[in-house]
Ligand binder design. Structure first.
Ligand code: DC
Length: 229
């Protein structure tokens, strides 16, 4: 059976990665979390002192990108691939609200995008890939056989993200998470390079009032219909 490319774009915390993982597992496809790659570069910039709570100055970051080697390793126990920066597993470190607060600004840097898009295209060039992000259907895989664009209200998304962070044991408030969701929506949608927009041929799915099962069933039907074409 031919293996297709599935591009899932949308706002933050719309459940893209949850459904992308489910679909990848169902079809034996590779799942790539492109947001994790932007988070890894942000984490690197924080480690190297370009960014902290009181300052954001990324002058010189681009020159250091050569030493940023991002890879994914499948974790059997978790059932998905974790992200590594050079030899270090940083899957947990990149999910903090602190990284979320800076990642959109780092993702707006064209040289960062250039490097990561190239790597994303190489990861998916054989087909059989589900990739989620902001520009997958518009820039990374404009010829993807199936493109989805996920949305939900900012409040719904903040509630989901807040619960996830609390479950991890992070000390965050709902208000801070909502502010982060709204700020990232704005920066991701308004940046000059590869802004978050719905590709013309993407199917929009608003999952504000959908259960995970309903969402999976709907997308599974869309994938099967695409495979039958
Ligand atoms: O999917 P996420 O929330 O983990 O992504 C983190 C940030 O990375 C997001 O706010 C914008 C950026 N991003 C991007 O610019 N392009 C992508 N393809 C994926 C993520």
């Amino acid at each position: 059976m031919t293996k297709i490319t599935i591009a899932i774009d949308g706002f933050s915390s719309t459940g893209k990665s949850t459904v992308a993982k489910q679909i990848a597992k169902h079809f034996g496809y590779v799942y790539v979390d492109s947001g994790a790659m932007y988070r890894a570069v942000t984490y690197f910039a924080m480690q190297e002192g370009f960014i902290d709570a009181s300052h954001f100055n990324v002058d010189g970051l681009v020159e250091q990108l050569e030493s940023v080697n991002i890879s994914f390793k499948f974790n059997e126990a978790l059932g998905f691939a974790e992200v590594y920066l050079n030899a270090t597993n940083i899957e947990n470190e990149i999910r903090t609200l602190e990284v979320s607060n800076f990642v959109s600004k780092v993702a707006a840097i064209s040289e960062v995008r250039l490097k990561l898009v190239e790597q994303q295209q190489a990861l998916g060039n054989q087909g059989g890939v589900v990739m989620d992000g902001r520009d997958i259907g518009t820039v990374v895989f404009p010829d993807a056989e199936l493109k989805l664009f996920m949305t939900a209200s900012a409040e719904t998304r903040a509630e989901r993200r807040f619960s996830e962070l609390i479950e991890r044991g992070d000390a965050v408030t709902y208000e801070a998470v909502l502010k982060n969701v709204q700020e990232r929506d704005y920066i991701d949608s308004n940046r000059e390079d590869s802004p978050l927009i719905k590709a013309k041929d993407a199917i929009q799915i608003d999952n504000s009032h959908m259960s995970l099962q309903e969402q999976f069933d709907k997308i599974l039907t869309l994938v099967n219909t695409t495979l039958e074409k």
